[in-house]
Design a protein around this ligand. Structure first.
Ligand SMILES: [Zn+2]
Length: 526
């Protein structure tokens, strides 16, 4: 591919005749019939969103009526008239973009020239894009022509907003609605283009581009141009996903794996990563839904076709009805996304819903699995991973603690592990004297006292200063230690989580529809 002579793909691959048109079969057929039977209307109104082929159709129509080989639905494309139209230099094709052409008088004069015969062609074709933007004067000038149209006049009006066109004009036009192109239609066209251009590509990358085109072939082709530049001459899935700000496929697979392995922590780690990278979380849910759909299809109809290779690992992981439930959860969550406090919270909530409804397979109903696959045990809890609650952060102090609460805040800050941590979380603060910390330890935990060693002292010194010492006496405690305090808070939080889940409308809906049960006891915090 010679980049120096690069022509934008959207321009290069603009259809030049009716047979090259992608989609819009109803409109194409109606126009072909009109041309072949010589019953052409003098004014067509093409409606539809951007990039669906309105002006392309208009130009093909202009060629069809002006081709030197005769008027037909198959313009030759090589005669001087056809070529002039393709190059945009044909004097009898008057193209105006009403959205950018703001000079009212000029526009009106242009429309008043309609009573002059065509210069070289059979028809004088007016192609007015975004026609709803015309001024009232211009519409009046157009109306005069439409009321008594000369035989050589052909109006092709295009608009994204037909409601704004005066009824007097509308009633004199034959109206066609052009539909947004489907993802497979765009995908196939992108593939044709790449094959013809001899450019290497990965098929899933085209799906992503087609989706991003949102029904517009022009937008999809423009994105394809960018993707080729981005991928240095190749269209690679990973690159396209990066370019479009989509979550990469591996992250989606990681979520499925976390769900299948009962690994809530891993799943939420992936979730955080995706949020941090600023990916489109709506798209992530869409892709998750697609995965569940594919897996459900293969589960319900094993002969229905192939799974994408990267989903093979999840074949038979879930039952068909569970996959349908998952699908429903992500679909519903997508609808709820705009209502969530922010996209990230909405996404996190969707994953929590998936975890909460993760099925448990009991041994008597256990499905046949390959030995390498992990079999979720019925004793396993539903891991609901939320942020670790901070304990008494309001009383954080870097000095010697002067109360038991300050002591608890200090413990929360210390980074020690192992047996030193086991000891620390069980201590009760008694008093601080100079550089000496005095604490109590229950008699039943007395054996932990020996872990008051250099490691622990060092951790304390890193926060409280070089000379601090910890003195531990075995004796009865009167206040809750860090461990008990945390358990109490976790318990409260667990009740809140359960309440939150019971209020969640999506959870309610799914519970009603699928008789899904949440194992409340298994909701736990990490
Ligand atoms: Zn021709």
């Amino acid at each position: 591919m010679a980049l120096s002579t690069h022509v934008a793909l959207a321009r290069k691959w603009r259809p030049k005749n009716f047979t090259e048109m992608v989609g819009q079969t109803a409109v194409v057929q109606a126009l072909q019939n009109a041309l072949n039977t010589g019953r052409l209307h003098h004014a067509y109104l093409l409606t539809g969103t951007r990039g669906v082929g309105k002006t392309t159709l208009a130009r093909i129509l202009a060629k069809s009526v002006n081709c030197e080989m005769g008027m037909s639905a198959n313009p030759c494309g090589v005669c001087s008239n056809c070529q002039a139209i393709d190059q945009g230099v044909f004097p009898d094709l008057i193209e105006v973009d009403a959205a950018t052409n703001t000079k009212v008088d000029e526009m009106r004069e242009l429309l008043e020239t309609a009573h002059y015969h065509p210069a070289i062609g059979r028809y004088k074709v007016y192609l007015i894009d975004e026609v709803h933007m015309l001024s009232r004067h211009s519409f009046n000038a157009m109306l005069k022509t439409l009321e008594e149209p000369p035989g050589y006049i052909l109006f092709v009006l295009a608009t994204t907003d037909p409601q704004k066109i005066p009824i007097t004009i509308l009633s004199r036009c034959l109206q066609f609605n052009l539909r947004p192109l489907s993802i497979p239609q765009i995908e196939e066209q992108l593939m044709r283009v790449l094959q013809a251009e001899d450019i290497e590509f990965e098929a899933p990358a085209l799906t992503a581009l087609a989706q991003a085109g949102q029904g517009s072939m022009r937008d999809a082709l423009t994105l394809l141009d960018q993707a080729i530049a981005y991928g240095q001459g190749k269209v690679i899935r990973q690159e396209v996903e990066n370019m479009l700000g989509l979550s990469n496929r591996q992250q989606i697979l990681d979520i499925l794996k976390g769900l299948g392995d009962d690994n809530g922590e891993g799943l939420m780690k992936t979730c955080r990563e995706m949020i941090r990278q600023g990916n489109s979380l709506d798209h992530a849910l869409q892709e998750l839904g697609q995965c569940f759909l594919e897996l459900a299809m293969i589960e319900a109809l094993p002969q229905s076709g192939d799974l994408p290779p990267d989903l093979e690992a999840f074949r038979s992981q879930w039952k068909a009805q569970d996959l349908q439930l998952f699908y429903q959860i992500v679909t519903q969550s997508r609808q709820d996304l705009p209502l969530a406090p922010d996209e990230a919270s909405g996404f996190r909530m969707s994953l929590l819903r998936l975890l909460a409804f993760r099925p448990e397979y009991h041994s008597d109903q256990e499905r046949v699995r390959t030995p390498t696959q992990k079999i979720p045990s019925s004793e396993k809890s539903i891991p609901l991973v939320l942020a670790t609650p901070a304990i008494r952060t309001q009383s954080i102090t870097l000095g010697m603690p002067q109360s038991h609460d300050e002591w608890l805040a200090l413990v929360a800050q210390l980074s020690v592990g192992g047996m030193q941590k086991e000891l620390l979380v069980r201590l009760e603060w008694v008093k601080s004297e100079g550089n000496l910390l005095m604490c109590h330890l229950d008699p039943e935990n007395g054996h932990l006292k020996s872990f008051n060693n250099g490691v622990l002292t060092k951790a304390l010194q890193s926060v409280l200063g070089e000379s601090v010492r910890l003195n531990i006496q075995v004796g009865e405690r009167t206040q809750k230690n860090f461990l008990e305090q945390k358990q109490e808070q976790d318990n409260q939080q667990k009740q809140q989580d359960i309440a939150l889940f019971e209020q969640d409308t999506v959870v309610q809906m799914i519970q009603n529809q699928a008789q899904g049960k949440i194992d409340k006891e298994s909701i736990r915090r990490h």
